[in-house]
Ligand binder design. Structure first.
Ligand code: SAH
Length: 283
């Protein structure tokens, strides 16, 4: 691989020894890295990466030491503290440290906690946002996270809290009434309870839903289903995390926007999936 650094065309920031850059790697496809992420990969002495970061992305940092920091059981909070303190140690040892996290570091990724620990230890940081799976992963499935005919708001929720249970603090009734489209991270384990909460709060059994696993990678799988059948359909399709679950009528847009399915030149299944009887131009 050519190793051109610095990148052309911009006054790229330098990753200085003793600094930690906390960086989003996007949902999987290396092409969804930002140029700031690439700039960081090119300079790092050490890259500490999570389970959700595709290994191919590390090829952009051949000069760096690669350290896997995925969680392998044990107490998540203790492990998280270990990771944060490891970052502190590496920075104090004068390394140029790149902390690479899946998606966006500040979206359900504990990036805020890691950054806080670093700041508390007087380690200088930079934050590099990334494309979050709940937006980019759905886009790769042909599902726009907002669409004018469907929703004026979208709610991103986590299906887990710190203890691994469904978040007791979430007010599913308000979420259900307040948001036409609900995007759930880490929702696979508790999808039965989540679906039951939403149905109890008045969402329709026939409401469209989609599950996108390992989104944006070559293993991406998309299940189109409904709120009433999502649990059995996930089981029947043997779907495994990581998955983004989207509840709402924007899922129907996949019938016209499944661009990966159409790449072979197939016609879309339905040019007017919302039944508006008009095309986008006449709206
Ligand atoms: N910071 C990440 C989210 C971390 S939480 C982001 O912004 O995307 C981990 C959860 O993210 C997973 O359980 C899953 O719900 C979702 N996720 C991350 N990458 C994904 C992918 N490639 N495909 C589907 N879901 C993904």
């Amino acid at each position: 691989m050519t190793h051109d650094f610095p990148l052309p065309g911009h006054d790229w920031p330098m990753l200085q020894p003793g600094w930690v850059w906390l960086c989003g790697a996007g949902p999987g496809d290396p092409g969804l890295l930002t140029l700031h992420a690439l700039n960081a990969l090119r300079q790092a002495d050490v890259v500490i990466y999570d389970a959700l970061v595709q290994e191919a992305i590390l090829d952009w940092a051949p000069q760096a030491e690669h350290i896997y920091a995925g969680k392998r059981g044990g107490k998540p909070s203790a492990k998280q503290r270990d990771i944060s303190l490891h970052l502190v140690d590496l920075a104090r040892a004068g390394k140029r440290v790149l902390r690479l996290k899946g998606g966006d570091p500040f979206v359900f990724g504990r990036g805020g906690e890691e950054a806080q620990t670093l700041v508390q230890h007087n380690i200088p940081i930079r934050i590099i946002p990334g494309i979050s799976a709940g937006i980019g992963g759905l886009a790769y499935a042909g599902i726009p996270v907002t669409h004018r005919d469907v929703n004026q708001s979208v709610t991103f929720v986590t299906g887990h809290d710190q203890s691994g249970n469904t978040p007791g603090s979430l007010d599913w009734t308000s979420i259900s009434k307040g948001s036409q489209v609900i995007v759930i991270y880490m929702g696979m384990k508790h999808i039965a309870q989540i679906a039951a909460h939403l149905i109890a709060a008045g969402r329709s059994l026939s409401e469209p839903a989609a599950v996108v696993t390992t989104a944006t990678t070559k293993d991406q799988q998309v299940l189109e289903t409904t709120l009433g059948t999502i649990v059995e359909d996930i089981a029947a399709a043997n779907l495994e995390p990581p998955a983004i679950i989207c509840i709402g009528r924007s899922v129907l847009m996949r019938q016209v926007l499944d661009w990966q399915g159409m790449a072979a030149g197939d016609a879309p299944r339905n040019l007017d999936p919302l039944g508006r009887g008009r095309s986008a131009e006449s709206a």
